[in-house]
Design a protein around this ligand. Sequence first.
Ligand code: AMP
Ligand code: MG
Length: 404
Amino acid sequence: MLENIDFREAQQLLLAQVSAIDTETCPLSCCGGRILAADLTASENIPPFDRSPYDGYALIAADTADASAQTPVTLRILEEVPAGAVPTQTVSTGTAVKILTGAPIPQGADMVCPYEHTEFTAETVTLFRAYAAGSNIVRAGEDVQKGAVLAKQGDLIDGGTAGTLSAQGIAAPCVYRRLRVGILSTGNEVIETEQPLAAGKIRNSNRHALEAILRSNGFEPVYLGLAQDDPNAISRLMQKGLETCDALLSTGGVSVGDYDFTPDAMERAGVHLLFRGVDLKPGMACAYGMKDGKLVCGLSGNPASSITNFYAIALPALRKMAGHRDPIPQEITLTLREGFSKKSPATRLLRGTLDLSDGTVGLRLPKEQGNVVLSSTIGCNAMAIVPAGSGKLEKNTILKGFLL
Ligand code: AMP
Ligand code: MG
């Protein structure tokens, strides 16, 4: 088993172990945020027919060849075609069809003139300049060509994708099932939110922090319960979770103290341990393993450590399991808006909030970066990567980072 590895190596190790879960169909009305499980290929042109982008008159451009303010041309109106209707007449020399936005271009016409540029009565329309054939026609397939690949397997379904699926008549796209991630808390000192505080006890913040993060990533959190510092109790909860979940997150008991039983419990639950500890602050203490294709993440009890380690190492693997095509967050370049006075013997992840106010991508740092300071994670939406061996960081230091 590996120990104290680089967090990027840990990421890669897990990505090599996990694969995407199974798929299902999902009604279009609830598929926002789900992951496409098949390429979305257009089976139809959008728009399906040549149509008018304006309220106006469909006519033959050649009829306007000699038109000017001094020598206007008047055409006879054959009919009116509102959106949703189908033309019944063919436009021929000397005639026009009144057309409304979204209506199909009639046979014979090769352009549309917006009504603002004309004078008209119920029977006739008059034009005051020459137009080129093809003016003001939205062609069939201008938005989407039949056969085009519009989105790929592993893409998140956003508004544009959902709208395009509907335009293609796909009422229930194939998506990856929602990833079920079990959460278990450990620690003799931990009590649940509703319980009154007693001497020596603390409320279970990790459970809810992780539940919220899992939900905002489109996963389904499943709370498995709270185990005392006892390897059998922890292992029992893990085994229960492994029956129904795709992955597990536990917090607490992953260091090397007398009451740290999580790695032992993982092994008792049949989990094959891959590594213990990473060269990362906060979030150094951790234990990761696999059982039957399911990922088991033992995170620190310290709230900021568990969150940092989760984003850096667990989340990319969970995203791959959930079907994402690019599970590792994209690297960005950030400018620190404040200095950071501590040295970083190990790789450090500084949490903060993006600041785009001066036109550059900046990171505002909360006052505290400590591994127990959960309150300083509130509102954080990005992390900067401080390379191992760095000294004190001045304001305006430029670092690589990623969005949360
Ligand atoms: P451990 O990882 O078990 O050594 O715990 C490290 C610190 O995190 C201790 O101060 C624990 O009391 C605290 N802790 C453990 N579990 C939780 C939890 N679920 N919520 C909040 N704090 C916790
Ligand atoms: Mg503990």
